[in-house]
Every structure is written in structure tokens, then in C-alpha cells.
Design a protein around this ligand. Structure first.
Ligand SMILES: C[S@@+](CC[C@H](N)C(=O)[O-])C[C@H]1O[C@@H](n2cnc3c(N)ncnc32)[C@H](O)[C@@H]1O
Length: 237
């Protein structure tokens, strides 16, 4: 499989190809820490009774389900993604959890969200923005659809910048991760894209700047697990 190199059509098809094994791969490759990263990111959303939240690049809906667990009984989530394969898995998980009344799962591209301005109390994207070719457009769309005072939250790998941990990290993501990814997914080269996209994504300070340039206020970020991931939070003015 070629590296999708941010070609949206290739990214769509890559995620559809690995969708069935996606959750298992997440748990194995992150040694189970991915759940804690998502829980932390969701904890940054404002608690809003009867709030409506947007989960962009929802994939298999782990974040959407976590929002429902955390927010009051009146809260609702709309989860969007542009991979039909991932959406199918997401819908299945939502159905099995009995939350189909509270989580709507639909097809949409992060750069052209099919929602009116000010439709949501907050928006979140987990491990998705790195894949969006025009990530600045994605951020500005996430801000556009959120009401004034609401939050935009971005959970993403951060490409550990320096320190003793970096060589180990680079070795893990460039050698071990694609190898295990290939075995579990059964797709040759499927996980080669992951290290490429992780190492090439802008560092946390740049992402913060991009969020500020998109008009968000009070932008700050939390560094998790030795800087493997960051959670950026901005407020819609
Ligand atoms: C690594 S998965 C993350 C899924 C989920 N948020 C999670 O935390 O597990 C990335 C997801 O982003 C979606 N994606 C990538 N680019 C997108 C775009 N431009 N619009 C919508 N979804 C996109 C992919 O289809 C995939 O499901």
C-alpha cells in the first residue's frame, strides 16, 4: 500500500481498509494508554446540561461514547468522518452501547462541515487533525460551528521534540509500530503512514499558533505521556 501522504482519497480508503482492526491496533500499539488520552481530552470539554457536542473524525466513536459517559443524561453528540468503513464500525459500536438516540453518526469532511455556524457547545477531534490535508481549514471549521464561549479541543500525537526519550520513541514508531500494525491489520504498509504523519505534523507550539490564527482565544495545551500526545484547547470568542 502506498503512503497516502495526505491525499484525502487515499486516507479515506486506508482507514476503511483497517477499520475492522482499528480498535485492537490502538490498544496494542499504545499499550492501552490511548483510552486515557481520550478520557483526558474529553475532560477538557465544558460540562453543559443538554449540551450538543461535535466529534470530528469520529472513526469508531470512542470519543463520542466517552462524551456521553461524562456529560449529563441530556447531552448529545454528532460524530462525523469521511471513511465509510470507520463509520460502519462506529455505528455498530453506538448501537451495541444503546446510545443511538444520543449519538448521531454521519458522513462529512472535516474541512467542509455541513452545519450552521454556532450549532454546537464544543467540538473535539482525536488523532484526526494530522490526517487533514488543510488542517487550518479543519480548525477554523471546528471553531465556526461552535457557539461563542464554547471550546475546540484537539488531541494529537506530538512527535516528541527532544530529550532522552526521543530516540526510543522514533525507533518505536518507525520500526516496531509499522511491523506490528502490518501483522494485526494484515495489510502490508498500512501502518507506514502513521510514523510519517506523526513525524511530519507541526509541533505543539505551531499547532497552538494555527489555532490562534483561526481566531480561537486562550489557546493552551497539555502534554501527556512524555510528550507523545498533546491536548490543545481553544475558546471561541
Ligand atoms: C486515527 S483515526 C481517529 C479516529 C477516532 N477519532 C479515534 O480517536 O480513534 C483518524 C480518522 O480521521 C478520519 N479523517 C481523516 N481525514 C478526514 C477528513 N478530512 N474529514 C473527516 N474525517 C477524516 C479518518 O477517516 C479516520 O477515521
Amino acid at each position: 500500500m502506498d503512503s497516502p501522504a495526505k491525499d484525502p482519497a487515499k486516507i479515506q480508503s486506508m482507514f476503511s481498509t483497517i477499520a475492522r482492526r482499528y480498535d485492537l491496533l490502538n490498544r496494542v500499539l499504545s499499550l492501552g494508554i490511548d483510552r486515557r488520552w481520550r478520557t483526558f481530552a474529553v475532560s477538557q470539554l465544558p460540562a453543559v446540561s443538554k449540551g450538543v457536542f461535535l466529534d470530528v473524525a469520529t472513526g469508531t466513536c470512542d470519543v463520542a461514547l466517552e462524551i456521553i459517559r461524562r456529560q449529563g443524561p441530556g447531552a448529545k453528540v454528532v460524530g462525523v468522518d469521511f471513511s465509510e468503513g470507520m463509520l460502519e464500525l462506529g455505528r455498530e459500536k453506538v448501537r451495541k452501547s444503546g446510545n443511538q438516540e444520543r449519538i448521531e453518526v454521519r458522513f462529512a469532511d472535516a474541512t467542509t462541515l455541513p452545519f450552521e455556524d454556532n450549532s454546537f457547545d464544543a467540538s473535539i477531534i482525536a488523532f484526526g487533525i494530522r490526517n487533514v490535508r488543510d488542517y487550518r481549514k479543519g480548525i477554523s471549521e471546528m471553531g465556526r460551528v461552535v457557539k461563542s464561549g464554547g471550546k475546540v479541543v484537539i488531541l494529537e500525537f506530538a512527535s516528541v521534540q527532544s530529550g532522552f526519550f526521543r530516540p526510543l520513541y522514533v525507533f518505536y514508531i518507525t520500526r516496531i509500530l509499522p511491523f506490528i500494525g502490518e501483522i494485526i491489520s494484515g495489510k502490508k504498509g498500512a501502518y507506514q503512514y502513521l510514523p510519517d504523519s506523526m513525524l511530519n505534523f507541526p509541533p505543539p507550539e505551531k499547532l497552538k499558533e494555527a489555532m490562534e490564527e483561526s481566531g480561537l482565544h486562550d489557546v493552551h495545551y497539555h502534554t501527556l505521556s512524555f510528550g507523545i500526545t498533546t491536548v490543545h484547547v481553544g475558546t471561541v470568542p
